[in-house]
Design a binder for this molecule. Structure first.
Ligand SMILES: [Fe+2]
Length: 284
């Protein structure tokens, strides 16, 4: 069975002993789920993992999300979202191409799919090709981030709810994205989630990030100022793990307890090809 080797970092562990043949073992999903709750970020390093095995691994964990943009879906496995700066013709896309603009949007601290009524449990991101420089992913431990707040703020945030909106995050992307269609708007209306989530092990974490537009019953600028103050503290304290990608790395992160962001790379000149699947949450 797999084992976890904690990293010399505020969060994260390497997964040792993984073999795709283990995926259907009776206790595999439970062991992985326990590791994820304990370490927040799990790194599988070494052997190539096929697209089919990636989907099997995700399914062992739960239902997979189908992401909003159909043009980014893997042809054989629609559950796989291609995060890539290479177009279908095999050529790098331009800096202002919609595909690159979307990727640049992931450079903001966020948690995947927080705009859904039932937000994601975890994301699995597999590296097919990594850029020569940059393109790291940073993960912030939002349990620790909660403890960094002054005690009176810790009490206050526990009473507040945030509105998360895909329309909002798209409109505020660093590059211009097409406005949502009426159909997309109907499918992804703004949702509310508590700012503080309580997990099955009794721990609590801040749940926020780039899809969060505002605090319920407060105006947007006041809300965004508070979000920015908290996010500014993440890098200033020992709550961040920065993953330096290697080809064939699979990183699984807990979207309930972490925020993440992509670090910049030369998106118009340096290939970065990743496969992503997202396991839907269970409403807890
Ligand atoms: Fe993301």
């Amino acid at each position: 069975m797999i084992a976890f080797e904690a990293m010399k970092a505020p969060l994260g562990a390497f997964v040792q002993g993984f073999d795709p043949a283990l995926i259907e073992a009776a206790d595999f999903a439970d062991v992985l789920a326990d590791g994820l709750l304990a370490h927040s970020v799990l790194v599988f390093r070494g052997a190539e993992i096929s697209a089919a095995d990636l989907v099997r691994l995700g399914r062992a964990f739960g239902e997979l999300e189908i992401l909003p943009e159909p043009d980014k879906r893997h042809l054989d496995h629609p559950e796989i979202f291609n995060l890539s700066n290479v177009g279908p013709d095999g050529q790098l896309v331009g800096f202002d191409d919609p595909q690159a603009v979307f990727l640049r949007g992931t450079q903001r601290w966020h948690t995947d799919s927080s705009f859904r009524q039932v937000p994601a449990l975890c994301t699995m991101l597999y590296a097919v090709q990594v850029p020569t420089r940059g393109g790291q992913t940073q993960f912030a431990d939002m349990r620790k981030a909660l403890t960094l707040l002054p005690p009176e703020d810790q009490e206050e945030v526990a009473t507040l709810r945030l509105v998360h909106s895909y329309e909002y995050s798209r409109a505020n992307n660093p590059g211009r994205m097409d406005p949502m269609t009426d159909d997309e708007r109907a499918k992804y209306p703004p949702v509310e989630h508590p700012w503080v989530r309580t997990h099955s092990d009794g721990t609590k974490s801040l749940y926020m990030g780039g899809h969060a537009s505002h605090i319920v019953d407060r105006d947007e600028s006041e809300s965004q100022q508070w979000f920015a103050e908290i996010e500014a503290q993440l890098s200033a304290h020992d709550v961040v793990y920065e993953h330096q990608w290697q080809a064939n790395d699979l990183v699984v992160w807990d979207n309930r307890t972490t925020l993440h962001r992509l670090l910049a790379y030369d998106i118009a000149n340096d290939r970065r090809i990743m496969r992503r699947i997202t396991v839907a949450g269970r409403g807890g």
